[in-house]
Write a protein of this length. Sequence first.
Lengths: 279, 310, 91
Amino acid sequence: MKKNIVWLASYPKSGNTWCRVFLSNYLNKTKETVDINNLQIGSIFSSKHIIEDNTGLDISEYTENECDELRNFAFTKWAENFDDFAFFKTHDAYLPLDSGENMFPVKSTKAAIYFIRNPLDVTISFANHLACTIDKSTNRLCDKNFSIAASKKKFNQQVRQKILSWDLHVKSWTEQNDFPVLVIRYEDMLLNPQKEFKKILKFLKIKTDNNKLNSAIKNSSFDKMKLLEKKTGFKEKPSSCKKFFNVGKSGYYKEILSENQIKKIIKEQKDSMKKFGYL
Amino acid sequence: MVNNISFCYFLKKHYTYSAFGLIISSEIEIPEFVISKEKSNVTICYGNVPKTLKKAEHEGFRYQISKNEFLIKYSTWATYFVCNGEKVIIQPEKNADERDIRAFILSTVIAIVLHQRGLLPLHTSGIVYKNKGVLFAGNSGIGKSTIAIALNKKYKYKFISDDITVISEQNAAPIIYSSFPSVKLWQDSLDMLKISNNKLPLIRKDVNKFRYNTNTDFYSGILNPYAIFVIENNVQNKVEIIEIKGVEKFNIVRNHIFRAKMIKELYSNEHFKLLTLFLNSAKCYKILRPKDVNTINELSSMINKIIKKV
Amino acid sequence: MDKKYVRKKELLSSRMDNEIVMMHPESGKYFALNPVASRIWDLLETPHNLNELIEKLLKEFDVSEETCCKEVSAFLKEMSEKKLVVISEQG
């Protein structure tokens, strides 16, 4: 069994896709800019397609818990197709199965990178993503039992993902001891991408080539992504959401959130906000 | 021929059904199937299943498969053993829900029976036009069942199949067997079709998908092929239907062999023969439609026009 | 140069409009032939040598003898490598 999985983990809207596009460009052997609709890095841990390909099963009529039981097996097997690094994206909170067994393929895991962003900004971006009001996205961000892709009305391309509240999500990943985790703040990526992406490369023991680094940063910049999305669309965008790459700034909550919304988030998410410098 | 008369036959009640061109004798009641009085060629019964297959060619998550044998364990409700396209043995777990047991007979298990018999089960729904079959293929959740029911409700096409449609051969010509009258629909499809979920049974205990019976709108029998539509998502926000010709027909329909990921290439010779035979008498179209947008009226009207044009 | 080529017997093949799809039963590999290649494939139902093929194709397609010869040779080479055609034993 290979020990090559690197989790690109985050609460939604926290810079995960940015890093995937960066790594795709940095590790890309050709000189061309990678196609955002064909990213080779970071297939998502909730993909039914990957679970079905690697178990041989059809899970369209499985319960959510039955699907979860297959994820460890499927992604262990899927990781065998990669060499040194199998980068998998996930928004799941780091949780075991109800039975206590690992849902994540811990034995095949090398490390995780955890992306974190100020929840006051996250809630605005999350509202855009879910095409709902900020009050609603704020309630979800604070909901200790929140799951995504959990609609029981229709078939989902992804299995249900328990993401819990923002604070519990952060704790689940940053306080586990199964493998090393590097925490990267979205705000630091915006401020000094060179420094943060270098940190990631160093953590993964990937050689840093400054020319490649700069060009990969250029090719994964927010403005470039926004432009590409306008031109070709982005297949990872939920259909109800207008633009996946929306604002991408930090601190813009000050102009948008109401006092009550800010109060609620600070009150309920303060542990991790304090710990990671947002308070 | 295998002698199907096993001991349980005399002691236990059994039901005889016709589906997919097979006559199935079952110890488990399967109300979704049509009752038959003919002599059975497939039996389904409870019993002890082998621990492993003697010669498995592939293994997946808790299943093993060879050309003539198949064994799968679903952790919470049952283990199924299928052999020679003639016999299904089910060993249920304690407190297993009969709906769960049945749901997988109606999909994976019956599909393996069909594969073992050298037939070609396609992952399609189907309707009838002038004694010919029109099929709708596509990945799970794409709307195969919904479009078949919409065409039935709006334009009175009879219904032949939901998830699985089986292709066979008779006198060197391709034929389609009707499956059974019941359709599985998610709530959002029921909403689109304006069908109330009131009194509709769930397909499984904890899966919110409903069984809808097409009753008198079901056509039972053998059909010649007419056309196959392969439904895919469109990145663009519009509905398009394109006719496919040449080898691409083969390539895109081959992706929709039922349980292809499970059986790998075990039956590829049989499938090649039947699929090319089928495609030589069926027109093939690709439907591109925007994801998660209700286009059912537009789509059914476009398809109706294509079917009816001479 | 007199080698006669013929289709490999065990191959499964079928016409799809004016193209041909084939499957190699042992390897399970699939092959597709475009319309021109499909015509050559039709001819190879019975053994043909290179010259016989060229002669027939020149009558049907608007192509110079030189180009035709080059293309057909390359086609036969590729088909032989993929074990889709064999040298006829009668030939």
